[in-house]
Design a protein around this ligand. Structure first.
Ligand SMILES: [Zn+2]
Ligand SMILES: [Zn+2]
Length: 390
């Protein structure tokens, strides 16, 4: 591990103060514990912060350039030797002091996730759809490139904590005096103060803005499904990385189809005569009347109807299952279409129709039905009860 602060920051020995600052900010954004908490990265972040502390201070930089040891003096305690945090770090490894001693905290933090609701039709949820969404989130301020400083200005080192972001607090205890580090109130722990904040974003480094986002909703989403769009949420303060955007799907009810998992249900009514004699129905299918989802891979239009054979003697309330005509699953495959059949009993018979029906009843011996009791249809509950009583 190099001890050369120039190497640590990746700058040349004649780098300007501005170049050093830029290099540090770039590294700090990648390595800051708020962004990347793994221990190895935190160690590198400390090294980078220490290197920056030397090179950002003209006196310390000059002393190092004259051949001094960059890390022999002044770290963690402004020239007063070991701080409490250093001792804790030495004994327990970094981070043992409960988040203390991390140096100045970065202004850049990850932004929050955002959630928006999208109303779609059943067919759009089933077959997928591409939509343009108006999204209202924080975006990086272009005027200051997320830095929060007015053009041509820079943050200045906090005088209270000398850029440490922390101040030492001495407490008396039975062990003697214990030095602990607290975040600096003057700079809120940043180690620097923005004297002239960017007017566009008031120094936050981000502005609220409305934009249009083209979102592809995959086939098979259901009511309540959240589609994750990585990095499309709120941009973080100080030019920090954006959170994710979640699009929560709300499916509007369809007039004739309902959905149960990946199965679709629909009900068709049938004249009594057709139910008795059998027939073929042209059943309209759920279809997406949107051009982008109406085309299949080979360019053929998917079928919009299904020829359903209704066998003679079909009962009212019976169901017919059409395999593979339900909703495509997000994990592949497709559910079924379940068709419930309702038999229409004719009303308002004219004399001729009534005559024919009476004749039919006579032939079938159905003139005086007895209203014979039938064994109840065994429901799930009934079978369960039988199982317990048996
Ligand atoms: Zn700005
Ligand atoms: Zn401070």
């Amino acid at each position: 591990m190099t001890q050369d602060p120039y190497e640590i920051l990746g700058v040349s020995r004649d780098a300007s103060a501005d170049e050093i600052k830029k290099a540090y900010r770039k590294l700090a954004r990648q390595l800051h514990p708020d962004v990347n908490p793994d221990p190895e990265t935190q160690e590198r972040f400390k090294d980078v912060s220490r290197a920056y502390e030397v090179l950002s201070d003209p006196g310390k930089r000059a002393a190092y350039d004259r051949g001094g040891d960059a890390f022999s003096q002044g770290f963690g305690g402004a020239g007063q030797g070991f701080s409490f945090t250093d001792i804790m770090d030495a004994f327990f490894g970094g981070g043992a002091a409960g988040g203390q001693g991390r140096g100045p905290r970065s202004r850049a933090r990850r932004g929050q996730d955002a959630l928006i609701r999208l109303d779609v039709e059943l067919a759009e949820a089933a077959f997928g759809v591409t939509r343009d969404l108006k999204v209202d989130t924080a975006l990086r301020c272009e005027a200051c490139e997320g830095e929060g400083t007015a053009p041509g200005t820079s943050p200045v080192t906090c005088e209270t904590c000398h850029g440490q972001g922390e101040v030492a607090v001495v407490q008396r205890s039975f062990l003697g005096e214990i030095r602990t580090l607290r975040p600096c109130a003057a700079c809120r722990g940043f180690g620097s103060i923005i004297p002239d904040p960017c007017r566009e974003c008031s120094g936050d480094g981000r502005v609220r803005s409305r934009r249009t986002l083209t979102v592809k909703i995959p086939a098979g989403v259901d009511h309540g499904t959240r589609v994750q769009l990585t990095g499309q949420g709120e941009v973080g303060p100080g030019g920090g990385p954006a959170g994710d955007l979640y699009v929560e799907i709300h499916v509007e009810p369809h007039p004739t189809f309902t959905r149960n998992g990946n199965d679709l249900h629909t009900t068709v009514s049938l004249p009594m005569t057709a139910a008795a004699l059998g027939t073929q129905l042209t059943l309209p299918l759920l279809e997406a009347d949107l051009p982008q989802s109406a085309d299949t891979a080979d360019g053929e239009k998917p079928a919009t109807t299904y020829d359903l054979d209704v066998r003679a003697g079909t009962q009212s309330g019976s169901e017919q299952v059409i395999r593979g005509f339900g909703v495509p699953s997000l994990r592949g495959g497709r559910g079924d279409l379940v068709v419930s059949i309702v038999v229409d009993t004719p009303t308002r018979l004219d004399p001729r129709q009534e005559e024919l029906l009476r004749e039919l009843a006579a032939i079938r011996g159905e003139e005086t039905p007895t209203g014979q009791a039938e064994a109840p249809h065994k429901s799930m509950f009934g079978r369960l009860r039988d199982a317990f009583q048996g």
